[in-house]
Design a protein around this ligand. Structure first.
Ligand SMILES: [Zn+2]
Length: 85
């Protein structure tokens, strides 16, 4: 099984279909461009299954320097592991 590490934004988009956190950081045009990139990237990876445990921290990298597997954003930060079904 292949594993993918997704950034917080993509985690929210995949798990909750929630893009609201983006508006805190980007202008309206940038948010739209970023959502398009995230959706295109996520579509390529689907179907995905969450493969992390927020209680034990397994499958969560608190500070990764790897780009997100879906949106390819290279901002360092938290990544959550997903597995392709
Ligand atoms: Zn991402």
């Amino acid at each position: 099984m292949e594993s993918y590490w997704l950034c917080d934004d993509c985690l929210m988009a995949t798990a909750y279909d929630d893009y609201s956190s983006l508006s805190l950081y980007y202008s309206e045009a940038e948010v739209e461009a970023r959502i398009n990139m995230m959706q295109a990237g996520l579509r390529d990876l689907l179907p995905l299954s969450a493969d992390f445990d927020s209680h034990t921290g397994i499958g969560i990298d608190a500070f990764s320097t790897q780009p997100c597997a879906a949106c390819h954003c290279s901002l360092h930060g938290q990544r959550h592991r997903f597995t392709r079904l």
